[in-house]
Ligand binder design. Structure first.
Ligand code: AOS
Ligand code: ZN
Ligand code: ZN
Length: 388
């Protein structure tokens, strides 16, 4: 049996970072369905994030996205976050929404465009300094659409040069989190398409660079938990961008499509020390709520991560190791499946009640009247930036 009080301690200590863009309007390239009451600026996005933290108690960090969250005074934005009981999490750079980036950003064949992209990445580090953020999250849409369009190796060199310059600019407590994605918007080659490429660049950069696993960024059938175990073992798992996918990079609520996969991933996190604060793994959401109400969807997502975490922590590790060492294939599998089959909702309700919170975060949010208040007070909400 797993130690119940240790499991509860770990659940209390867990932190899940929510994305500013999850609170704004978003959609697909076909249509953005605007919702009433959505935030009009980054300050209001933080106010919504504070509701998620108030309901769950485990979501004090908010990732920002530049330029979607560009403000005059970042000191004022982080002071606002602190007043709300929040902190600024990862700063997400954006080198994918500018006319100049048609052929790439830091890997573009034209040095002028590369310089412009690099300057934006360096500006993001300035914003980290101003907000106290630890992580610079880099996702590059860079790639090509047709064989022969550009030189694959030359693009790797340009990428490496840019990453090195950003790395040199980092403060001692700051990190580069490098994200990979199989394809989209580039359809033939992508310059950081997989964990191996991201890992190789991070290894070359040094200890303050690590890989981000976005759960929606793999080919169907990829064993994500293997990647997680490998990266943790190498000290190179910087964090997760959690979301669900049925087909490609769907950015649906984490745990909605495949809660068993989420459990298997978090089982590897638990087994490889990834929940310890010193492992430095950032548990972030990267989602868009196109048709569902946004704040409750973020709360639901946080709860889904908590539930999968609780099941992973409940795995009877000594029984598992004994079965594995004895070559007991079915026995080992049974230990894992027993934990997965456990209804952990009462345990989580208990953890919340003991922390003085409502055992049901969604009910608490609905009872608080915030949804009605923002609809009445906010007119003309802003788009998150996606699906424009
Ligand atoms: C894009 O597909 C990636 O998942 C990015 O992590 C992210 O969605 C974007 O940078 C939003 O900030
Ligand atoms: Zn992502
Ligand atoms: Zn993505």
């Amino acid at each position: 049996m797993a130690d119940r009080s240790a499991v509860k301690d770990a659940l209390r200590a867990q932190r899940i970072e929510t994305p500013s863009w999850g609170y704004g309007n978003s959609g697909t390239r076909f249509k953005v369905f605007a919702q009433p009451g959505v935030p009009r600026d980054p300050f209001e996005k933080l106010a919504d994030a504070a509701q998620v933290h108030a309901a769950t108690g485990v979501a004090p960090k908010v990732s920002l996205h530049i330029p979607w969250d560009r403000v005059e005074d970042y000191g004022a934005l982080s002071a606002h976050a602190r007043e709300l009981g929040l902190e600024i999490g990862a700063i997400n750079a954006n080198v994918f929404q500018d006319e100049d980036y048609k052929l790439g950003s830091v890997t573009h064949p034209d040095p002028r465009v590369r310089r412009k992209a690099l300057d934006h990445l360096l500006e993001c580090v300035d914003i980290m300094d101003a907000t106290g953020s630890r992580d610079l999250k880099l996702w590059f849409s860079d790639g090509t659409n047709y064989p022969g369009q550009d030189d694959i190796s030359a693009r790797q060199q340009r990428l490496s040069d840019a990453l090195s310059e950003v790395y040199r600019r980092l403060g001692d407590d700051q990190r580069i989190l490098l994200e990979y994605k199989l394809f989209e918007p580039a359809f033939y080659t992508t310059d950081v398409p997989d964990w191996g490429t991201a890992y190789a660049h991070c290894l070359r950069l040094g200890p303050r660079a690590a890989v981000v696993v976005d759960t929606g960024h793999h080919a169907p059938g990829t064993n994500i938990e293997f990647i997680v175990a490998f990266l943790l073992r190498e000290g190179k798992l910087g964090g997760f961008d959690f979301n669900s996918r049925f087909y490609a990079d769907d950015d649906l609520m984490v745990g909605a499509a495949d809660p068993f996969q989420l459990f298997r991933i978090l089982h590897e996190v638990a087994g490889n020390g990834g929940f310890a604060p010193e492992a430095g793994v950032a548990f972030m959401l990267d989602q868009c709520h196109n048709i569902e109400a946004k704040i409750p969807a973020v709360i639901r997502s946080v709860m889904n991560v908590q539930e999968a975490t609780a099941k992973a922590l409940l795995v009877d590790r000594s029984a598992l190791t004994a079965a594995q060492n004895a070559g007991d294939v079915l026995g080992a599998n049974e230990v894992l499946m027993d934990a997965y089959a456990t209804d952990v909702r009462p345990l989580l309700a208990e953890v919340r009640a003991e922390a003085g919170r409502d055992p049901n975060p969604l009910a608490a949010y609905r009872a608080g009247g915030w949804a009605e208040k923002i609809v009445a007070e906010r007119v003309g909400g802003a788009q998150a930036g996606w699906g424009a």
